[in-house]
Design a protein around this ligand. Sequence first.
Ligand SMILES: Nc1ncnc2c1ncn2[C@@H]1O[C@H](COP(=O)(O)OP(=O)(O)OP(=O)(O)O)[C@@H](O)[C@H]1O
Ligand SMILES: [Mg+2]
Length: 362
Amino acid sequence: MKDISLNAVKKSFGGYEILQNVSFDLIRGEKVGLIGRNGSGKTTIFRLITSAEETDSGAVSVARNATIGYIEQIPEYPEGTEVIEVLKQSCQHIFELRNELRILEHRISNTKDKTAQTKLISKYEKLLLRFEHLEGYDIDVKLEKVCTGLKITDHMLHRDYNSLSGGEKTRVMLGQIFLNHPDILLLDEPTNHLDIESIEWLEGFISQYKGSAIIVAHDRYFLDATVSKVIELENGRTKTYKGNYSKYIELREEEIQRQFSAFKNQQKKIEAMEKAIKRFRDWGTRKDNPDMFKKAVNMERRLERIVRVERPTEAKKMGLDLSSVQRSGKDVIKLIEVSKSYDDLVLLDSIDLFVYYKDHIC
Ligand SMILES: Nc1ncnc2c1ncn2[C@@H]1O[C@H](COP(=O)(O)OP(=O)(O)OP(=O)(O)O)[C@@H](O)[C@H]1O
Ligand SMILES: [Mg+2]
């Protein structure tokens, strides 16, 4: 079953076509990585899915009744709203139901009238069924798990939400979304404000998540641990690759290599034909032979008809001759247990740092 489907979507801003042909499906339960350079249109895709923006053409469809969890921007709450209230907001109905059940329990115990009691019990049973269906019994455990995983401490739970830092607010919003357990998660750089332990917790959480997810992230390990499909957005177009991020890199490199050697072979052929045309023309002029000119014109026509293989953009941008240059490897910078101090001031204490090919770090 498809949770989301985009078909030949186009979107422009101010006359500039950001999305030219975006097509992909998100199958129920699938976790997908959405990859693309800054400004390529990833957030725009999320905004189209949530109907915050409209397409210029093409179709975006979301499964009927499917709920979506997406933090577009950090929302505002009235002054004095505690973090715990913000967190509970997404599952407010469960807490309200629990309260109602408690009140009913109290009334049932205190009602002497048998008919009234039977009526109350029947209402209680109905509500209890709904409470069970909403997994109400697990709500406290879920709240605790989410708080532990996202490092939302007891102290933080009772702080004014508005006084939190941007990163802390993001963690609370993630917590709120997870407690709500929507069918589809749209996560736009969720690891940005998280420390490594919370990132690892999030990896586990997403892997076990029953719903579907589209994840925009620049953290390759995070993507490797969570996604089984990668959608690459480049020059306004999408391409889908099966597998995690490492597999995507592998497949893409193979594709670039293939395209580059096809491009080079075709260039050789074109060059040879151009030389032959020049030769026929030379002979035609020198020997005053119209047949040679005819041959030249014929070959020119054949040359014009050749469908040109495009030079792969990656090779174009980097000015690489991929056919002859072997990559030095995936490791660009490797620091292992590096320490640096100035007298008593320890700046680096046994630091490990790995920068891999295509990593962007700050
Ligand atoms: N409402 C808008 N009006 C005008 N331009 C917009 C609007 N929304 C997005 N854009 C432009 O569209 C382009 C794509 O933006 P978008 O935020 O989707 O990129 P992104 O891939 O999410 O980038 P990043 O990785 O930096 O988050 C950008 O050039 C952006 O300035
Ligand atoms: Mg974005």
